[in-house]
Design a protein. Structure first.
Length: 413
């Protein structure tokens, strides 16, 4: 069969212009400004491709979603099989798929976090965690730490110190965003929970630190507040452990997990919590029901992904490759102190802080030209984030570092 040669093929510019008219010119402008004004055509492993056949090492990975690489054959195969053998299921009923995922996750996640509520995108479990904290404690106040990014839904927007937060009108009542050093002293008998990102990804990968989080855990316990960890970006091996809290000597009461649970193949996120907190759900079954939460196909895909995580143990590779990458980045920063302030991060969650937001933007543009996709931080916009797949090898690390050297030389001219 031959295609009609008279039919015009849409170019990248055609599609981007259509996106401007249908979605948002501002959105397309921001994509162009970071050097991503191309049409994505999928990916393989650590790489993504555009419609012109160009290959890029993917250091964005859809915000730490493709932890095991793009187009993972075993996970894609499970999606295909599951879609033939089941469907969404009835979201208000139990199924073998839902039970299997709950059992698998309770075994996979360290500590007593063995109760589960599955959702679709990261903001939903974040909002669910806030509702559970308020319901369980009978208190209203929620405290977040300045520099954390929690998503796009109601509670998440209210507890993220983003520069456009006031554009959405009034935020959720009794929500506070405080500087790190002010949080412990602010916890009181009216505080339902403190919510933290153990590594503030969009804030130049600032780590809150083991000592601080242990003191925060003690303060929450003393005053009857819950401690919630948002590990939507740090989870599933990203920082060199299954979850960042393992290395901190602190276990949260509620753990929020992101779309890496299915390696980005199916939209799914969730929250895990202790058996004590499950008591609040007894007799209150409709407090946070999401129609597609616990989708049977998604549960099958998540179970397969968890099996692949256990088989590959990518957190070990993330630790080794991350150490090598960070060491190289620190050397580049030291050699180019006129352009770069510092390199920070844990595992394969790393950040370069440039001297200005404009330089960070230029870095992203030049990086795309050098075959590497990176993005600026959403909060610290002078930072550039590196979140490659957790299965990268020495050759991939060398390519990233050589690309960084090339980019820095270009923006320094």
């Amino acid at each position: 069969m031959q295609l009609n040669s008279n039919v015009a093929v849409a170019t990248d510019e055609d599609l981007l212009a259509e996106a401007e008219s249908l979605f948002s010119k501002g959105l397309v402008d921001s994509i162009r400004d970071r050097g991503h004004g191309f049409i994505e055509q999928g990916g393989e492993g650590a790489f993504m491709f555009d419609s012109n056949g160009n290959q890029y090492i993917d250091c964005l990975t859809s915000a730490s979603t493709y932890n095991l690489g793009r187009n993972h054959k075993a996970i894609i195969g499970e999606l295909q099989q599951a879609s033939r053998e089941t469907d969404q299921g009835l979201f208000v009923t139990t199924s073998e798929e839902k039970v299997a995922l709950a059992e698998r996750l309770s075994e996979f996640v360290p500590g007593p976090l063995n109760c589960l509520l599955m959702q679709v995108v990261r903001g939903e479990p974040f909002d669910g965690a806030c509702k559970l904290a308020r319901g369980h404690t009978g208190r209203g106040e929620l405290i977040a730490i300045k520099g954390s990014w929690h998503g796009q839904t109601g509670f998440a927007v209210s507890l993220t110190d983003r520069d456009d937060r006031q554009d959405f009108g009034s935020t959720m009542p009794e929500t506070r965003i405080l500087e790190k050093e002010d949080v412990i002293g602010a916890i009181s008998k009216k505080t339902a929970a403190v919510i933290v990102e153990p590594v503030q990804v969009e804030n130049h990968c600032r780590s809150l630190g083991r000592d601080y989080l242990q003191r925060l855990r003690a303060a929450c316990d003393k005053r009857g507040a819950l401690l919630i960890f948002d590990e939507t970006q740090t989870g599933f091996g990203r920082t060199g452990r299954k979850f960042a809290y393992e290395a901190l000597g602190v276990t949260p009461d509620i753990l929020i997990i992101g779309e890496a649970i299915t390696n980005g193949v199916f939209p799914m996120a969730g929250m895990l919590y202790t058996a004590e907190l499950k008591n609040f759900f007894e007799g209150k079954v409709a407090i946070h029901i999401i129609t597609f939460g616990g989708h049977d196909v998604g549960c099958r895909v998540a179970c397969k992904t968890l099996a692949e995580y256990e088989r590959l143990k990518p957190w070990d590779n993330a630790r080794v490759m991350g150490d090598k990458l960070l060491k190289g980045m620190k050397s580049i920063a030291a050699d180019n102190s006129n352009l770069i302030d510092s390199a920070e991060g844990k595992g394969l969650l790393l950040s370069l802080k440039l001297k200005s937001e404009k330089l960070a933007q230029s870095f992203c543009v030049e990086a795309a030209g050098a075959g590497m996709i990176v993005s600026p931080g959403l909060l610290d916009k002078s930072s550039v984030l590196f979140r490659p797949t957790l299965t990268i090898d020495d050759a991939n690390v060398d390519f990233i570092l050589k690309s960084c050297v090339k980019v820095v030389k270009s923006i320094g001219q």
